[in-house]
Design a protein around this ligand. Structure first.
Ligand SMILES: [Zn+2]
Length: 257
């Protein structure tokens, strides 16, 4: 069983085109999980020739717009609180058809705990003969709501609780702000080495630092130096959006702040 905190491994496997065909992501915060899933999908589907995701190819653009024909989200039918066997039968028919864009096809179940037992049993039949290049991702708050035969056929990834992630980001953010205010370059470099190679963590960290620095700015006499620092941080965020290499992001942050 996998126990991966930041789902980084999934993003890596996506880039290597080595994703398992059936994945369970256990975690409470679907919004954060979805951020990671976007990265997984981009890395798996991007057809850019250089660094991936390129954010420019048709796959990247369709993913960003939320309209990629090879990514399907499965939710309960209207007026229903569960995902019924019919939905799974529809997937079964669809999954064996080759993808629109010739690459991976993804079926993502947002609330796996809403699958009825009949639906889960039907699902096992697909997992027993997995279609080529198809990845099923079941997200769930309650792993125990899935029957054991499904669990044993999926690779299970745990998503770190949001509070834990928040406290890590905040602690590091506070330390950064202290070092920035003290203008302690050595400490800034050492803190840079503690940033996990995780773009979403990094984005949250930069936002925490900006927020704390703004709190430190006296509104009447905006400290020019701090305003400069905030500019640097906002530039780093823009670089992150442009998908600049992670090490370069950290170097820029530490050198210019
Ligand atoms: Zn791309």
């Amino acid at each position: 069983m996998e126990n991966n905190t930041y789902l980084q491994r999934l993003i890596f496997l996506a880039g290597e085109h080595a994703l398992p065909h059936a994945i369970i992501i256990e975690g409470k915060n679907f919004i954060s999980i979805k951020d990671y899933l976007s990265e997984v999908l981009e890395n798996a589907m991007c057809k850019g020739s250089n660094e991936k995701p390129c954010k420019k190819c048709s796959d990247c653009i369709k993913l960003k717009a939320g309209c990629h024909p090879d990514v399907k989200f499965i939710e309960p039918e209207k007026d229903s609180k569960s995902i019924k066997i019919e939905s799974i039968r529809n997937i079964r028919e669809d999954a064996y058809v080759v993808s629109n864009e010739g690459g991976y096809k993804f079926y993502i179940i947002k609330n796996g705990e809403l699958l009825t037992v009949q639906a889960q049993n039907a699902f096992i039949k697909i997992l027993e003969e997995p279609p080529k290049n198809v990845v099923f991702i079941i997200c769930t708050e309650f792993l125990s709501a899935l029957i054991s035969t499904i669990r044993s056929r999926c690779q299970i990834f745990r998503f770190l609780e949001n509070e834990d992630l928040d406290s890590d980001v905040e602690k590091l953010g506070e330390n950064f702000v202290k070092a920035i205010l003290d203008d302690d370059k050595v400490e800034i470099l050492s803190l840079g080495g503690k940033i996990p190679n995780d773009r979403i963590f990094f984005k949250q960290l930069i936002n925490v630092i900006i927020e704390l620095l703004i709190k430190n700015c006296d509104k009447d006499s905006l400290n020019e130096k701090l305003v400069e620092k905030i500019d640097v941080l906002e530039n780093v965020l823009k670089m992150l959006e442009r998908n600049v290499n992670f090490n370069l992001l950290v170097c820029t942050l530490c050198a210019k702040i």
